[in-house]
Every structure is written in C-alpha cells, then in structure tokens.
Design a binder for this molecule. Sequence first.
Ligand SMILES: Cc1ncc(COP(=O)(O)O)c(C=O)c1O
Ligand SMILES: N[C@@H](CCCC[NH3+])C(=O)O
Length: 417
Amino acid sequence: MSEFQYQNGELHAEAVALSAIAEQYGTPCYVYSRRAIEQAFLAWDSALAGQPHLVCFAVKANSNLAVLNVLARLGAGFDIVSGGELERVLAAGGDPARVVFSGLGKTEDEMRRALQVGIKCFNVESTAELERLQKVAAELGVQAPVSLRVNPDVDAMTHPYISTGLKENKFGIDIASALAVYRRAAALPNLDVQGADCHIGSQLTDDTPLIDALDRMLLLVDQLAAEGIQVHHLDLGGGLGVTYDDETPPTPGEYLAKVREKVAGRDLTLLFEPGRSIVANAGLLLTQVNLLKPTEHKNFAIIDAAMNDLIRPALYSAWMGIDAVRPRTDVAAKPWDLVGPVCETGDFLGKDRELALAEGDLLAVRSAGAYGFVMSSNYNTRPRAAEVMVDGAATHLIRRRETVSELFAGESLLPEA
Ligand SMILES: Cc1ncc(COP(=O)(O)O)c(C=O)c1O
Ligand SMILES: N[C@@H](CCCC[NH3+])C(=O)O
C-alpha cells in the first residue's frame, strides 16, 4: 500500500499533510517516505531469504545521503557508476565491501580509490577497461575483484533510451566474445575473476526478457566452469519496472521466485542492482500552481516545478501521475497542461490532465523518487529543489533548497583590461 494517501481530503506522506511540508520548506520540494523505501528494499531482500544474495541499490536512481543511509542501515549493498557515487555511499555509512562498481568509463583514479576502500567487485565493460584495472591493481600490489558485464543481446522491450542489453547498445561485452575476454581476465595476474553480470534496461514491465537474459548467463557460467573459470556470483542488474499509470510489472517476489527456480542447486551468490523499484513510488514532487493561463486552444497551468526539476516527461515522454493535494469542488475540472516557467516547449510535467485548479493550489507529481532530483539541473538559473524525508509524523530536511548565489559561486569575471 502506498505511503501517500488522502486523509480528511488532503494527500499525506505517512502521517504528515503535504500542505504542512509546503508551508515549512516551500515548493518545489521532493518528499520521500522512509517507510516506503524500507518496505521496497525488504520486498527484495526477504524474497531472497535462504539464498546467498546481496541487493545493491543503484545509487544513480536517488543518491541523497539520507536515502542511502536508510538503506545502509538495512544492510543494503550499493551499485555505483562513478567515484562521486562511491564517496556518497561512504559518507552515508554504506559498507564498501558491499559495493559493486558498474559503468563503462571508469578512470584510473576511480579504480584506485575503489581498490583502496575495498569494494566487492568491479563490473568490467570492455577489454580496455580490464587492462587498465590490471595496471592500477598491479601498481597498488593488490588483486582486483572482477566480474564482466555481459551484453546478452535480449530486447528489454522498454523505451529505446533506457534499453541497454542489445548488441547495438554501448554497454557490456558482447556475449559472443565473453568467453575470450574471461580467458584474458583469468590470465591477468592482478585480477581475481569473481562473477558475471548483466543489466538489460530499465522500467521492464514484463520479466520475460530478464529471465531470457538469466538463461543466457547461466549457459555462460557453465561454459566458463568447463574451462576451469569458476564464478562465485551472478549479478542480474536492475530494471524491474514500477507502476506509473496502469502498468502491472511483476513484484520483486514474483520475479525472484522465477530466478530462484532457475538457479536452484547451484553454488552461486545472487546480486541485484535495483534502483527504480526501490525508490520511484517512495517519493513525489510537491509543486504549487503559480498562474493559470487558459487559452482558446489549451489550458496551461504554470507550476513552480519545471523540466529542470524533473526531466523524465521532457526526455522520455514519460507519464507521471499528477494529483491535487486538496482536491477542490468549487471550480469545474477541465483538461490542463501542467507546464513550468522554463523557456522550452518541452517544459511540461503533464498534458491534458483533468483537474479542478485555482492559483496557489498544491499538486503532487507521483512516482518521482527515482531519477527525479538526481537528474535535475540549474537550467535557467533555477536553484534545485529541497528534499524532505517523512518518517511517521516527523519530517526531516535532507537537502536544503539551493540559493541563487550558490549557483554562480564557482564562477569568476575576467581581469580588468
Ligand atoms: C548497470 C545498472 N544497474 C542498475 C541500474 C538500475 O536500474 P533500475 O533503476 O531500472 O532498477 C541501471 C540503470 O538502468 C544500470 O545501468
Ligand atoms: N533515467 C532513466 C532510467 C535510466 C536508467 C539508468 N541506467 C529514467 O528515468 O527513467
């Protein structure tokens, strides 16, 4: 059940009225529910009970320190894609021994730091990266734990911009060349082959492609074993979709039951890298109607959140639910385009939404906990939104709103002529 429910005619986050949050912290503002984050993580973790596993939250989906800390306290691992994300995990109290490092452009500095803090594994995406990791590990005199990210060439059947497992995508090592690259990895003296990894895309609402990828990965694991290369873990990435509108993705429990059936009897630790399915529906973006602009052709409601705060509608034509915080009955509902003040035609959060609106009304953009704040920018010199975590009846400001002067604090004028 959602932690965002109407009580006495007003949308609440857990026990807190959203109008109280708007009053205290202003808008636009991201609001997260601690309980929703915990429940979503535990849905993954408990479905794997009795099976050696590690659920590594994909930090890219929401990297606020308080969010990471809530997960670290539950024993989560983390999937990172940059040195910056590694520092966030460490600052949030995450255990480096539970960190996997994905991403196809790791630098020597990033590798060095990750080796020094002792991460669990590098998900290596190319032969060139393998050679670079060997060099850095040799300089430090250590063995680098590696897993190859294999591109299993399955169609994730999701939006092309968030599909990653086809051979034309830039990610991973083509499954046809994987054996040869594993042989090379096994021969390099400062690499320790630990696992195999894949991630085929995001917002998958059917688990068939995930299970197809698993089948292909298990074949590879068997081929490797036949050559004397034993992998200890299989990392199946993230990708499980969520309900934004009327999608009906499998629950983690349903998906993981199928995975467990396939790996039964094998001596394999399972790793997963879920992002969206843990945080998307644990957050919303709270925004206020600034001005109403009904025209002959369209009704525009200009809200104080914009594409710089939440880019998913502009970037992927993503549909996000938008609800009035206090639905009103004193004006007629009509279709509104909810647009921000940014100077781009693509600056909208929703189109043709049937709502009864007046200036000053608060709106909640649903399912915004994943790929929301993390993808925000300062376009049009707009300070980024505040982030608030609700915990029962308590609210905590977990990132204060930026100020305009902070936005240009790192800039400088040219010297006088
Ligand atoms: C390597 C990797 N792991 C995990 C994820 C998280 O995916 P999702 O948020 O769909 O669970 C991504 C993003 O798609 C990714 O690129
Ligand atoms: N940012 C994307 C998902 C990308 C996944 C990252 N590998 C989204 O909002 O839907």
